[in-house]
Design a protein around this ligand. Sequence first.
Ligand SMILES: C[S@@+](CC[C@H](N)C(=O)[O-])C[C@H]1O[C@@H](n2cnc3c(N)ncnc32)[C@H](O)[C@@H]1O
Length: 289
Amino acid sequence: MIEQQPSRTAFAAAALRAAHQVLEDGKMFSDPLALQILGLDVETVRREQDDPSRRSLRLFIAARMRFAETKLAEAIEQRGVSQLVVLGAGLDTFAYRSPLARKLSMFEVDFPATQAWKRRRLQETGIDVPSNLAYAPVNLETDDLVAQLKAAGFDATQRSYFLWLGVVPYLTREAIMVTLKAIGALQGGAEIVFDYPNPIDHTGLTEERRAARDVLRARVASVGEPLLSSFDTSDLHAELTARGLGAITDFGPREIIEVLTLPFVTPANPVVLENIPARGGHLLHAATL
Ligand SMILES: C[S@@+](CC[C@H](N)C(=O)[O-])C[C@H]1O[C@@H](n2cnc3c(N)ncnc32)[C@H](O)[C@@H]1O
């Protein structure tokens, strides 16, 4: 990560959310600010993003937002969550658009350069910053997350929800474990949603999927944000449980397609679930009891 520059992968993730609004009518995940925050129009998005090689990543990004926001709604209604922390927020728009946002104290965490860029984009595109949102500048590799959050008004005695999408693979294992420990130890209890990849295993991947993976790895490395971490699912669950984050729901590639994608988006080609590799990108929710 080039700390002094806005994150390029944050722009790419936001562009894929915008593309989902245009190319699939936001069926899995609706974000009325997705185009606005980028200052893009429908025609430009269609021209630049309608590329079959980007489809699976676009649908994964829409699926992870849907999963995270469904779990957040449950957490607010059923478990009394009253604070939201968006870790590595990039150009995430939840705080500026969701009706649920009114029920929460919200905190966005990212590098200062990315936060400054986002705030400029919000101003330029006419998106208001709600008064219940605070920005906490944090480098998750080096800074004390909870201390920085408290400085921004976070109350560790209230139950909190951590939205951590598209960030874990870019961090070192050490920073991930320190972050999980801090979240698991919060006095008021906490819940977390994040995505992670299993270690690369090309067995069973089609040529097309293998090429898409290689292109993504090379692309993010070339903009200074290399993929650094991956986890075996059972090892990660043990690490979470050891840090007090024991109630785990984990969707692998098949469940993501079966539960989150197929009910909303008709695939270009028939999907044979048995042909989807069991290892790959996962989505996980974990909570303190
Ligand atoms: C792929 S983007 C995802 C952004 C957003 N969560 C989304 O889903 O659109 C990764 C984000 O993580 C942030 N990030 C990466 N390393 C970080 C670190 N060490 N500390 C804080 N933020 C970091 C980047 O600045 C960027 O905004």
